[in-house]
Ligand binder design. Structure first.
Ligand SMILES: NC(=O)c1ccc[n+]([C@@H]2O[C@H](COP(=O)([O-])OP(=O)(O)OC[C@H]3O[C@@H](n4cnc5c(N)ncnc54)[C@H](OP(=O)(O)O)[C@@H]3O)[C@@H](O)[C@H]2O)c1
Length: 323
């Protein structure tokens, strides 16, 4: 029987060495910053985390709770949010963890959420805009916005804007926006916000929204200079969460299969956000983009254009003030 080189793939050693290599590569993926080694305490501090009922957001909220913060979990589902809140209270031993409802795709819901916060909270020291969705089907919200843009960018933009005075009064305070390395594949076209000129291929719409996250964070940071409030954005890594829930079975299957070896867990995915929110070395750092290993890196060139940032920010201001 003659041997052909492709036989190597059916040899048991191939499977074993692939698994070992995968595990080795995965072990190299851990961030350089260790949340447990960071002794910063958040007693007396209030933090809001959106999308805190699952995935990355749940571990961000858990970390803040363990540090003693008053944690507001801003979630859209009462049932899922309340289950996660109970779990976080139990695991952290902190009962000062609360659930407030918000659907970031609805500007009315964002306004109602902020009204509640302004009524109940005297201070706000950390705001993490983590809620987000990828692969949503093309749809227009009741505000006339494309649903991914509304969920990932316009809703969080309004939420942040309405909380700015409270954050300034509570300074030093930090705004942390969870973006993605996918922003590199995004483009800026203001007609996208209303659902025009969009191609719904894989994650293309999501990528645009994540680019706007960084652009507007940078302009916000510029506007906040001298207030004691910082604003940074980050990439959490490629993380095994429910983020692929809107994709078809095959895509989800492949994501999960590859993810077992190469992707981060939700807990690991939370690290770069926690770093931006609590690390002493991030004090006073603003308008930056942080990578999943907590290093400071440059975002895509569109996210480094200050003129475009002003234009984008003003566009979002006009959009949210009209609606
Ligand atoms: N996972 C990754 O590889 C990856 C990579 C780069 C960036 N990110 C970013 O990381 C963030 C967290 O994602 P994840 O991976 O943890 O995904 P996830 O497990 O799907 O969690 C997303 C969270 O956002 C919430 N959410 C979605 N739409 C919302 C809305 N309209 N209003 C309020 N909350 C909403 C979800 O609430 P429900 O459970 O109620 O739907 C959930 O709590 C997102 O901004 C995502 O873009 C993730």
């Amino acid at each position: 029987m003659s041997w052909v080189w492709t036989d190597v793939f059916s040899h048991p050693l191939w499977a074993v060495s692939t698994v070992i290599l995968g595990l080795l590569l995965r072990s190299q993926q851990r961030g350089s910053w260790d949340t447990r080694a960071c002794l910063v305490q958040l007693k007396g501090k209030t933090a809001i985390v959106t999308g805190a009922n699952t995935g990355i957001g749940k571990f961000i909220a858990l970390d803040f709770a363990r540090r003693g913060a008053r944690v507001i979990m801003a979630c859209r589902s009462e049932a899922r949010g309340s289950a996660a809140m109970q779990e976080i209270r139990k695991r952290s031993g902190n009962t000062n963890v609360h659930l407030r409802l918000v659907d970031t795709s609805s500007l009315a819901s964002v306004r109602a959420f902020v009204e509640g916060i302004l009524r109940e909270e005297k201070e706000l020291h950390i705001l993490v805009n983590n809620a987000g969705a990828s692969g949503l089907p093309g749809d227009i919200t009741s505000d006339g916005l494309e649903v991914s843009f509304a969920t990932n960018h316009v809703g969080p933009f309004l939420l942040t804007s309405l909380l700015l005075d409270l954050l300034k009064r509570s300074a030093p305070a930090r705004i942390v926006n969870v973006s993605s390395m996918n922003h590199w594949r995004g483009v800026v076209d203001f007609s996208h916000f209303k659902g025009e000129n969009l191609a719904y291929t894989m994650d293309s719409v999501y990528n645009h929204t994540k680019l706007h996250n960084i652009i507007c964070t940078n302009e916000l940071a510029r506007r906040l200079q001298g207030t004691g409030v910082t604003a940074n954005s980050l990439h959490p890594g490629v993380v095994m969460t429910e983020v692929m829930r809107h994709y078809n079975f095959l895509v989800r299957f492949l994501f999960n299969l590859i993810g077992i070896f190469f992707f981060k867990s939700s807990e690991e995915g939370a690290v770069s956000t926690i770093y931006c929110a609590v690390a002493e070395e991030m004090e006073g750092i603003t308008g930056k983009y942080i990578d999943s290993d907590c290093s400071l890196v440059l975002p895509a060139h569109l996210a480094r254009d200050p003129a475009l940032a002003v234009k984008d920010f003003e566009f979002c201001e006009r959009l949210t003030s009209k609606l």
